[in-house]
Design a protein around this ligand. Structure first.
Ligand code: SF4
Length: 260
């Protein structure tokens, strides 16, 4: 029977695309095999390549802070990437490289069978929502081929621009409540864990729009940058804590989950 360890062994020996030539270590991914949440980033960076582990550089530190803010730790989630070997100079992974590596991610998804997949950034979001920009689809749950997909901007983007950091934190703040909803859907007798008070991050306000399941940037014009950055938004006004109220009728998007 196929296991995550099998996948990791094959990744570490893989020479199926040119990225194997420049890697120090392949980075298969890590986390419990029964993780409820699977985070999918783009590809290893410098630190990840050195250590053979995902999200151990500055973006990984931010991801750990984000998890802590909703009462979780990285030990509870599985973290993987679209490509398992570092693209030289942190360039974008090429389509052929993503295609060559996708077989490993597909097996990881099948084996973990997570309740929720959080895509971090445009590459992993594009895997499930092709043709959509991360600035348009971030912070909203979708059902794609039976998988629950929640796109968020890549944590590295939040290290570059404050307004993106706030957007990432807003989207992360929804995760705990979202998991409660998905657990209840799977098992109506389950006890909601509730939404913990954010901690471990600089306090910030959560806008009404970002707190619910409304599109968070309907008017945002995608910027032609690596992270598909939305333009700067004014500081959000103080508002109620994140809710899990049903979304208002809205322009439907392909695969949008009609659960809330
Ligand atoms: S990136 Fe993926 S396909 Fe390319 S060599 Fe590494 S493991 Fe193999």
């Amino acid at each position: 029977m196929d296991t995550l360890e099998d996948v990791a062994r094959e990744v570490c020996a893989c020479t199926d695309c040119p990225l194997h030539q420049s890697r120090t270590n392949a980075v298969p991914g890590e986390g419990p095999a029964d993780a409820e949440v699977l985070f999918i980033g783009e590809g290893p960076g410098y630190q990840e390549d050195r250590q053979g582990r995902p999200f151990v550089g500055p973006a990984g530190g931010f991801l750990e802070d984000l998890l802590q803010s909703i009462g979780m730790t990285r030990d509870q989630v599985y973290i993987a990437n679209m490509v398992k070997c570092r693209p030289p100079d942190n360039r974008d992974p090429a389509p052929g490289e993503i295609a060559a590596c996708s077989k490993y991610l597909e097996r990881q998804i099948e084996l973990i069978a997570p309740r929720l997949i959080v895509t971090l950034g445009r590459f992993s979001t594009g895997r499930f929502l092709p043709g959509q920009t991360i600035s348009r689809v971030r912070g909203r749950l979708r059902s794609v081929d039976g998988r629950q997909i929640f796109p968020i901007m890549h944590p590295a983007a939040g290290l570059r621009r404050q307004e993106m950091r706030v957007a990432i934190e807003e989207d992360f703040a929804k995760l705990a409540g979202l998991l409660d909803v998905l657990r209840l859907q799977a098992d109506p007798a389950s006890e909601p864990a509730g939404i913990p008070e954010p901690h471990g991050l600089e306090p910030h306000h959560i806008s009404d729009t970002a707190a619910g399941y409304e599109p968070a940037s309907q008017t945002a014009t995608p910027a032609p940058s690596f992270w598909d950055v939305p333009p700067a938004a004014p500081p959000p006004a103080p508002a109620e804590p994140p809710s899990i109220e049903p979304p208002a009728p809205d322009e439907p998007l392909p695969g949008q989950l009609p659960l809330l």
